[in-house]
Design a protein around this ligand. Structure first.
Ligand code: NOJ
Length: 531
């Protein structure tokens, strides 16, 4: 089985993982310092969010040089050393490639905006205004706040608009230009030659835009993507162009010149799962990062059952699914799941373990977002500390900072993340939600993750076996992973006890001290090995 199918991935937001040089911002050497931790947990691959040269308007998702490390994160030697040390421990490294757009400070854009006929004039998506100065079309930026912000920004010099699906400082590249494609492939080559194990492709479903961009008007736009249900306005010319799929095939052919590299696409549209499959069938990306699953999760067994049943059947043998409970663009899973519930700290631990069980026992590659494995929660960010560009536009609604706060290594003032005040505030719960204390505590969320990962490694059925729903009770989600040493997973998503019709097998993991089958207590999660 390929490593990217059976491995457990861990997502690192490098600004917030570990600061090794005392500037309040995490860095590459900080990640190297923590390789023991990944071994302790049993992590097979880490995905590091962008650490390339960037003005940091979108904290690295606005790149101004694809092949150099931003000094804030270290230098290229630090990265080489990280790859080397990780590989010695059998840990793979995938990096984030942001090829839908660059920073407006990238020399390519600086040149492109100089005139209408310079050598890079066609490297971005430029359009003339309408006869009365109108915008080329009515598309709304994905980073709109309370209002509707256009994807078009006027450039006084060229007297034209340029397109940016995200912030105006993130102009979209013109993938239809051959030189642009060559420059992108050169950058991939640079990192593959260095030995990275693969890429996560940011905004990969957006690479190509409709050719007749000007003619398309789209339905009436009401809200920004992040505020509305996607299908309100998110429609075809914006996304999932066939040209993008063909390009993905070319990217994969290119990556296949190297051994054993993996590709993870960030695919988004109102088409949800359908698009994931389209982007991951044979010859395309290995994995579509499953944001759809993450966003649709709720504290409801029936709902989760329908999600996972559909997902598993839909992917079938056609492509390989992934599962995600958190990432740097969403609120943390625990915070979302306890909303509206009266829960104490014990319940919170149990709920974290419940969702860990789900994440690590489904048929598909699991991605753990840093901090979920210790039960981190969203952190309140006061207005004067908001850093996220989209968070600023959304204020007073929280943006993405609350789930990007420093990793909690210990209970000290800055949680062992840094010696100085970090770039985002540390969560007060660091006094009990932290790695140092949790390592010592058998019952901690951290040690539960560790045990789950180790059960996954011990049971081929959990990694590779087929998935079969078991009907027990509406409040309970139960399934069997078939194969060698089959495992049954039973989870109670309600705060009530439930009696189920089950006995037999050997309980190998429980988020309570001891099972009391046939009773399931509130938020109980069990793994049962059966013959
Ligand atoms: C998706 C990334 O996950 C997000 O953090 C970023 O802001 C946008 N793409 C733009 O690159």
């Amino acid at each position: 089985m390929e490593w990217w199918k059976e491995g457990v991935f861990y997502q690192i937001y490098p600004r917030s993982f570990k600061d090794s040089n005392g500037d309040g911002i995490g860095d590459l050497n900080g990640i190297s310092e923590k390789l023991d931790y990944f071994e302790y947990l049993g992590i097979d691959a880490i995905w590091i969010c962008p650490f390339f040269k960037s003005p940091m308007v979108d904290f690295g998702y606005d790149i101004s040089d694809y092949t150099s490390v931003d000094p804030i994160f270290g230098n290229i030697e630090d990265f080489k050393s990280l790859i080397d040390q990780a590989h010695r421990r059998n840990i793979k490294i995938i990096i984030d490639q942001v090829y839908n757009h660059t920073s407006d400070k990238h020399p390519w854009f600086v040149e492109s905006r100089k005139s209408r006929n310079n050598p890079k004039s066609d490297w971005y998506i430029w359009r003339d205004p309408g006869p009365n100065g109108e915008l080329p079309n009515n598309w709304v930026s994905l980073f709109s706040g309370q209002g509707e912000e256009s994807v078009w920004t006027w450039d006084e010099n060229r007297k034209q608009y340029y397109l940016h699906l995200f912030a105006k400082e993130q102009p979209d590249l013109n993938w239809r230009n051959e030189e642009v494609r060559k420059a992108i492939y050169d950058s991939m080559k640079f990192w593959l030659d260095m030995g990275v194990d693969g890429f996560r492709f940011d905004a990969a479903s957006h690479f190509y835009k409709a050719l007749d961009i000007n003619a398309k008007k789209g339905p009436q736009i009401k809200k920004s993507l992040f505020q509305s249900s996607r299908d309100e306005y998110y429609w075809d010319p914006f996304t999932a162009r066939p040209e993008t799929l063909i390009e993905v095939e070319n990217i994969i052919k290119f990556m296949n010149k190297y051994d054993n590299r993996a590709s993870v696409g960030e695919i988004s549209s109102d088409m949800g799962l359908c698009l994931y499959l389209l982007f991951t069938i044979q010859g395309r990306f290995n994995i579509a990062f499953n944001i759809d699953f993450l966003e649709k999760l709720s504290m409801n067994a029936k709902n989760i059952r329908s999600l996972v049943e559909t997902l598993d059947a839909f992917f079938g043998n056609r492509a390989w699914p992934s599962y995600v409970t958190g990432n740097h663009d969403n609120r943390r899973i625990l915070t979302r799941m306890i909303e509206g519930l009266h829960v104490n700290y014990e319940d919170k631990k149990r709920i974290s373990k419940l969702f860990a069980t789900l994440l690590l026992t489904l048929r598909g590659t699991p991605f753990i977002y840093y901090g979920e494995e210790i039960g981190m929660e969203d952190t309140y960010i006061p207005k004067d500390r908001v850093m996220d560009p989209w968070g600023k536009a959304l204020w007073p609604k929280p943006g993405r900072d609350p789930a990007r706060t420093p990793m909690q290594w210990d209970s000290s003032k800055y949680a062992g993340f840094s010696e100085v005040e970090p770039w985002l505030p540390v969560n007060d719960n660091k006094s009990f939600v932290n790695v140092k204390d949790e390592i010592k505590d058998e019952d901690s969320v951290l040690n539960f993750y560790k045990r789950l990962i180790s059960e996954r490694k011990n049971h081929d059925s959990l990694r590779n076996g087929t998935f079969e729903i078991i009907d027990l009770d509406d409040k309970v989600l139960a399934y069997k992973r078939n194969g060698e040493k089959p495992v049954v997973v039973i989870m109670n998503f309600s705060s009530e006890s439930v009696m189920i019709n089950w006995n037999g097998g050997k309980v190998i993991l429980d988020n309570y001290a001891k099972p009391e089958l046939p009773y399931l207590r509130s938020f109980e999660a069990l793994l049962i090995e059966i013959d």
